[in-house]
Design a protein around this ligand. Sequence first.
Ligand SMILES: [Zn+2]
Length: 103
Amino acid sequence: MRALTAGWGDWLSVFEQHYKALPAAVEDSGCPNCGARRLRLTFTGTEEERIGYAAFWCDGCLFGIHLSRCEVPEGVPMESLHTPVEQRSVRVPNYTLLWPDDH
Ligand SMILES: [Zn+2]
């Protein structure tokens, strides 16, 4: 595992590539931090509004970002906020979050 090298902006631009392609998957260009093609994106929110938060992380180095009040595009699976964490289909690891003031 390498030390933290990518900042918020790097992560955000990779996130946007993935987000814009939804519900299709983009070819994983690799983690901005470690280069592993193990990026994961999940949404958790309320089905009625299709507004939720996005968790975007790398399974390789366990860094990532979190975006709140994201619109979840049609056709994209989302976890319900009402589902207990242990019953959700995607287990989000305990990754290290970057924040916008991390450079
Ligand atoms: Zn990584």
